[in-house]
Design a protein around this ligand. Structure first.
Ligand SMILES: CCNc1nc2cc3[nH]c(NC)nc3cc2c(=O)[nH]1
Length: 371
């Protein structure tokens, strides 16, 4: 039986509720994946992530390659055991972080050569090596080794890059040995509709358990990004999960779920939490702002998270000003719970066949009035 079966449970317009089976349990989509870059969602205990409804965690291959190394993680039982999360994990393939973090030295047909941001040592990543690393780490979902072109890129560069990414996808698939891991392909093509369609169609020639929409959320405008998301989900098969990489603003999740996206990841909720901001239906409040120092209300009225059930905005504003660890911890916990509640409510609305009303109500509160 297919260890990664995906079945559609309900539809509302193009939005859908899916049930995704994995070797580490079944998960409901649409879902948001908290990012645990180095095998830890910064400041949060796995048991608390479970309690707020996290289902799948994401870890970064680039970071775990540099430290502690995939061999060590494997020797210590793999990611699930090592990091104390027995639900599904997804690892990325390392290329993207090399572009953004590592000191890229060269990119050619073989792969990429980069300098570690930790000690400057030279490291080579190829499709084969990326898959071997992800197999050692032991995630349930692994990603093909691709190139995410910088924004903006010329059509010529975009085309050459997407063609190489397709050759790298073939090599990634050939290098795969574990049947208990699902390899997702990643479509590219930037914000060029013709190239986006071409890359998506060519990626579909590989029969894979899921497909990612890559190359977006890299600095383009929303007006450029969303037509590419819509185009992608028109082409991608209904029966497979669609993963929009790096998208994590609430309004973007609501729009993309309405376009049939099933999986999301972003550092936004945890990073903005560490920087002192809380996600609320109207948008975001920054607890560094003096106006909250005597505000007895919770971060968000009606939120069921521990931070909102236990503390006031005034206390959390104090923690943020005092640079107490607990400030970032409580805000990260709330922000993730906010996104998990959003996807829970979205799944419920889809089941009721009323996703349009849900999206409109969300938009009215988010954009209806200034905070
Ligand atoms: C799995 C590694 N490959 C890979 N990661 C990505 C991560 C992203 N993160 C964002 N915005 C924050 N866009 C992304 C695009 C890609 C992409 O096109 N490819």
């Amino acid at each position: 039986m297919d260890p990664f079966r995906f079945t559609i449970q309900a539809r509302s317009g193009r939005a859908r509720v899916g049930l995704l089976t994995t070797p580490h349990g079944r998960v409901e989509t649409p879902l948001f994946m908290p990012v645990g870059t180095q095998g830890s969602v910064k400041g949060l205990l796995p048991k608390d992530l479970k309690a707020i409804g996290s289902q799948v965690l994401l870890a970064n291959t680039y970071h775990l390659l540099l430290r502690p190394g995939p061999e060590r993680v494997q020797a210590l039982g793999g990611l699930h055991r090592f990091a104390g999360w027995d639900g599904p994990w997804l690892t990325d393939s390392g290329g993207f972080q090399v572009m953004s973090l590592g000191h890229l030295r060269r990119i050619d047909e073989e792969g990429v050569v980069f300098q570690s941001h930790l000690d400057g040592s030279l490291i080579r990543l190829t499709p084969e090596r990326s898959i071997a690393i992800q197999e050692a780490l032991g995630a349930d979902f692994i990603m093909a080794f691709d190139e995410c072109p910088p924004y903006p890129s010329s059509p010529e560069y975009l085309k050459a890059s997407l063609e190489r990414t397709l050759r790298w996808l073939e090599r990634s698939l050939k290098a795969k040995t574990r049947p208990d891991q699902a390899l997702f392909g990643i479509a590219q093509g930037g914000t060029d509709a013709g190239l986006r369609a071409l890359s998506t169609r060519e990626t579909l020639r590989f029969d894979l358990p899921g497909y990612a929409i890559g190359g977006l959320a890299v600095g383009e405008t929303k007006e450029e990004m969303f037509p590419m998301v819509a185009l992608s989900t028109e082409i991608l098969p209904e029966a497979k999960p669609r993963y929009l990489m790096g998208v994590g603003h609430p309004e973007d999740l609501v729009a993309a779920m309405g376009l049939g996206v099933d999986l999301f990841d972003s550092v936004y909720p945890t990073r903005t939490g560490r920087f002192g901001s809380a996600l609320v239906p109207e948008g975001r409040i920054n607890l560094k702002n003096a106006q909250y120092l005597e505000d007895k209300r919770p971060l968000e009225e009606g939120c069921d998270c521990y931070a909102c059930q236990t503390f006031s905005r005034a206390y959390i504003a104090h923690l943020v000003r005092a640079e107490e660890m607990l400030g970032g911890i409580l805000l990260s916990l709330h922000n993730l719970r906010f996104l998990h509640r959003l996807t829970e409510r979205a799944r419920e609305a889809i089941r009721q066949g009323s996703y349009g009303a849900f999206a409109r109500e969300f938009a009215e509160r988010r954009f209806g009035k200034e905070i």
